[in-house]
Design a protein around this ligand. Structure first.
Ligand SMILES: Cc1cc2nc3c(=O)[nH]c(=O)nc-3n(C[C@H](O)[C@H](O)[C@H](O)COP(=O)(O)OP(=O)(O)OC[C@H]3O[C@@H](n4cnc5c(N)ncnc54)[C@H](O)[C@@H]3O)c2cc1C
Length: 366
């Protein structure tokens, strides 16, 4: 047996595990089925612009340990996520804050805005929301729901808001200040030079095989190490024996444009249903780079089937029950561990993954 650990997947979870275990002196092999490192945080340079190939990734956290940890691998800039919503050609600031309320209703004080929202919420007398539409209106009122939530959510989920369960929206944060910062976290930014370098640094000195799918050589690869950390889809590992866990997927349409500034902001959401994409990302605004050209990506939500890229887990009862069955199988394994967003069937932000990977390594008590 050549390796102490086989790590399947070079995303953030697998790479942190590889890095930490390598530091402890273990011999590691990382296999990655894609032709590049870094999983979904992969960024690829296009003449000076770092393109986020699997959707816009903005790092944010309240956890100082996590922030200090990731800063060991890259310097971060001061990017603050302040998305714009475009509804039928009109622009609104997000998240919902005093700027948005002024743009919607002309209200100028927090008190006026508060009263306007309360008035809107009351009109429909919804006591027990039966679907997402009723839930959103009961939380925020009709105008914001119809202009900024309805079309976007219906595109995202591929279903009418009246057919979606209310729990998808538990809370709709509103801010009665003129503050367009999307996140409330203490730390936020984008690594200068992109995310891929972080993973490259983590994996320095470690054996890595790209274009290597575990399932094309499963037994041989599993036998090449004493222990295994698997970060791919848990249902695939067990050959979908109870059926496939469901996801929503995305299609990214990239365009290079010969002008320096296309939309003046990194993220513009398109909230009307009739426009098929949910947002346009203009990558250069994450890095404040000056180039003669720009790269934009239109993001189209789509249904998922086995073989497609899995992006957002569908956390309803049916999938929760199915995941539990796979988790029971995983818990019985003695030398195979499962971690990361696909193996745990969980929507994880990057800071969650870092926290979870570091705790996982601690719990191995090596
Ligand atoms: C559209 C989108 C936008 C996001 N934006 C943000 C954001 O703004 N901020 C934020 O904090 N988080 C964001 N995230 C979340 C972030 O992408 C994840 O937290 C993180 O990438 C998860 O890392 P991971 O290692 O668990 O999974 P992954 O990055 O998916 O890594 C798993 C790796 O395993 C490989 N693999 C799978 N199966 C096999 C196999 N059979 N053999 C070999 N290799 C295999 C895959 O190819 C992949 O490289 C976003 C996610 C999405 C989908």
């Amino acid at each position: 047996m050549k390796y102490d650990y086989l790590i399947v997947g070079s995303g953030l979870f697998g790479s942190i595990c590889a890095h930490e275990l390598n530091k402890k002196g273990f011999k590691i092999l990382v296999v990655e089925k894609r032709n590049h490192l870094a999983g979904n945080i992969y960024t690829q340079e296009n003449n000076g612009i770092q393109v986020h190939k699997y959707g816009a990734h903005i790092f944010h956290t309240n956890n100082k340990l996590v922030w200090d940890y990731i800063n060991r691998f890259a310097e971060f800039n001061r990017f603050t996520n302040s998305p714009i919503a475009n509804y039928k050609g009109k622009l609104f600031n997000l998240p919902f804050n005093m700027n948005t309320f002024y743009q919607l209703w002309g209200v100028k004080t927090p008190d006026e805005a508060y009263r306007k929202i309360e008035e809107q919420k009351k009109v429909f007398h919804i006591e027990k929301p039966r679907n997402l539409e009723e839930q959103a209106i009961s939380l925020i009122g009709k105008d914001i729901y119809e202009i900024l939530i309805k079309g976007y959510t219906e595109k995202q989920w591929g279903r009418k808001a009246t057919e979606l369960p209310p729990f998808i929206i538990n809370r709709l944060p509103v801010r009665f200040t003129f503050d367009n910062n999307y996140f409330n976290d203490k730390y936020q930014g984008i690594p200068i030079g992109g995310y891929t370098q972080i993973i490259v640094k983590m994996l320095e000195g470690i054996d890595v095989k790209l274009n290597t799918d575990l399932f094309e050589n499963k037994q041989k690869l599993l036998d090449s190490a004493e222990k295994v950390i698997f970060t791919g889809p848990i249902d695939e590992f067990y050959d979908y024996q109870y059926g496939a866990l469901e996801y929503r997927s995305l299609l990214f349409e990239n365009e290079i444009i010969n002008e320096p500034n296309y939309q003046g902001n990194a993220v513009v959401n398109y909230t009307e249903y009739e426009i098929p994409y949910t947002r346009i990302i203009e990558h250069k605004h994450f890095d404040y780079v000056e180039t003669e050209h720009t790269v934009i990506t239109r993001e189209y939500p789509k249904d998922w089937k086995i073989g497609d890229e899995a992006y957002y887990p569908i956390n309803d009862d049916k999938n929760a029950k199915l995941y539990k069955k796979y988790k029971e199988l995983a818990d019985r394994e003695t030398r195979i561990h499962f971690g990361g967003r696909l193996a745990e069937y969980k929507y994880y932000d990057m800071h969650h993954v870092i926290d979870s990977a570091l705790k996982f390594i601690d719990n191995l008590k090596l």
